[in-house]
Ligand binder design. Structure first.
Ligand SMILES: Cc1cc2nc3c(=O)[nH]c(=O)nc-3n(C[C@H](O)[C@H](O)[C@H](O)COP(=O)(O)O)c2cc1C
Length: 491
């Protein structure tokens, strides 16, 4: 939808132009197939008509994304398809300007794979306000506006526009905004509404405070927690992520062992050796624990082993009603599992992406910890492949894991009670569960490896659950390790 034209708007409406990222170039082959080149890599984008191939040259400076452009409808569909493919690969940004050669008002950088800027209709009487999750900050020499809820980040190219947007910490109607010197045009405001950086107030007297933005699950999120979740996982931002050694040339690595404090030391006795290994059976289990990234394709883990593993680590063994603070304080149901959890929150859930498991079909399952049962979840096969392939990549392994456990959190279980520390608590719980998994796997002679990156967007697509309601916070690959001497248990 296009923004409503307004005769009082003296300046022409802003237009969207798709533009290649600065480090990307396009190459046209003789058969009109197009490829993108970046830092030595080539991405094939497919074959296009001669008209589209010619128009693709405009992507260097900015290709007008407008159905009213002087070209046939077919070539318009094709050029949009080319833009969509470039956007899915993270090779594009969108500039918003009043004319092709005019200065940029803002540049929109997609943060999620399938982002397309949309301009919903907003009217003069609509009251707009900033989301409490929106933030403006310096990035290099740019001023950027972003939000963990938004599918895109905005580079603001005009400080008057930035000031007008900052002024939206108090609700204002579009009519009031039009009178401001830094009025950016309806189009930018409409795109910001679509990206949930601004929102339209339903009622006139509403101040746009916490309770009026989003659903009940969003109300429970603190600002820093949602930002931390969205930026420390993958799928909802385009920043470099994982082991990229970004500052290896700037700062030396810290030593593996902390330099000794000065002064006297008191040497401690070491664990004594016993016939079973070192010290107690727990100490021996801890000493034997290690990460396994290669799994035995001939002898996959069995359903019976998986069942024993889940029973021992995650099954609910008792339920209770707990009163907080006083007898007339709120009561909350708890569901105890084998590992500790702050406030007995037990917010963690398990989802299994199964590639090979004797007795269990390949697929994606939720572990129902109360019934001790697996519940298949239907979705497209490419997403299962993508999830398993991501895990393989994270472990630099030669094959996908036999079973990939995704640990998710039902965030509201923790943030309903705890302010400021909710997300940090959840990550601590993940650590606790991770070690519980490792020890059980060691005891059962199974191989396991924790994985540090999870794609929150992929999980949301697979399950249809919004990323702020329940989402991945950790992963573990499990299967029969290549070095295992255990005999498979029949499924
Ligand atoms: C939270 C966490 C995240 C990890 N992420 C990864 C990962 O993404 N890829 C990987 O190959 N190993 C990962 N590991 C495994 C570590 O590399 C491994 O624990 C470490 O090298 C010590 O080796 P060990 O587990 O065999 O004793 C992770 C471990 C933890 C605890």
């Amino acid at each position: 939808m296009r923004g409503r034209s307004d005769s009082r708007q003296s300046k022409p409406p802003a237009k969207l132009f798709a533009r290649l990222n600065p480090n990307v170039t396009l190459e046209r082959a003789a058969d009109e197939s197009i490829s993108a080149l970046l830092s030595g890599d080539t991405v094939a984008l497919g074959k296009f008509s001669t008209t589209t191939a010619k128009r693709s040259a405009d992507l260097k400076t900015g290709l007008l994304l407008d159905a009213s452009a002087s070209s046939s409808a077919d070539s318009e569909t094709e050029i949009h398809e080319l833009v969509r493919r470039l956007s899915r690969c993270g090779l594009l940004e969108y500039r918003l300007a009043r004319a092709r050669g005019g200065r940029d008002l803002a540049v929109i950088e997609p943060q999620v794979r399938d982002f397309t800027p949309r301009i919903p209709e907003i009217g003069g009487n609509n009251t707009l306000v900033l989301s409490r999750f929106a933030l403006m900050r310096r990035r290099g020499s740019d001023l950027v506006l972003e939000s963990p809820r938004s599918g895109a980040l905005f580079r603001l190219c005009d400080t008057d526009i930035a000031a007008t947007i900052a002024g939206l910490s108090k609700p204002q109607t579009l009519r009031q905004l039009r009178r401001k010197r830094g009025f950016p045009g309806t189009e930018l405001l409409a795109i910001l509404v679509d990206c949930q950086i601004l929102f339209v107030l339903e009622a006139n007297r509403d101040k746009g405070l916490r309770s009026s933005e989003g659903d009940g699950s969003l109300v429970l999120w603190d600002f820093h927690d949602l930002l931390f979740h969205a930026r420390s996982t993958i799928g909802r931002h385009a920043n470099p992520s994982g082991g990229v050694f970004a500052y290896a040339h700037v700062v030396d690595p810290l030593p593996a062992v902390r330099p000794c404090w000065p002064g006297e030391t008191i040497d401690l006795p070491k664990l004594a050796l016993s016939p079973s290994g070192i010290g107690s059976s727990v100490a021996s289990l801890l000493r034997r624990r290690h990460s396994t990234r290669s799994f035995d394709e001939q002898r996959p883990i069995t359903l019976e082993e998986l069942s024993r593993f889940l029973d021992g680590t995650a099954r609910i063994h008792s339920r209770d009603l707990v009163k907080f603070d006083s007898d007339d304080g709120p009561a909350i149901e708890t569901a105890a599992r084998p590992y500790p959890s702050g406030g007995a929150s037990y917010e963690l859930e398990l989802y299994l992406a199964v590639d090979r498991c004797t007795g269990l079909p390949r697929g994606f399952y939720h572990y129902d910890a109360a019934r001790h049962a697996l519940v298949p979840i239907e979705f497209g096969a490419p997403q299962l492949e993508a999830m398993l392939a991501d895990a393989q990549f994270s472990m630099a392994a030669s094959a996908v894991p036999q079973v990939l456990i995704t640990i998710t959190a039902r965030f509201g279980r923790v943030s309903w009670k705890y302010s400021a520390i909710a997300y940090a608590l959840i990550l601590k719980h993940v650590g606790v569960l991770m070690q519980t998994f490792y020890l059980m796997a060691t005891d059962m002679e199974l191989g396991a490896c924790a994985i540090g990156t999870t794609d929150v967007d992929l999980f949301a697509k697979m399950t249809g659950v919004a990323f702020h309601v329940e989402g991945p916070v950790g992963q573990l690959a499990i299967g029969r390790g290549l070095d295992s001497e255990s005999i498979p248990v029949a499924g």
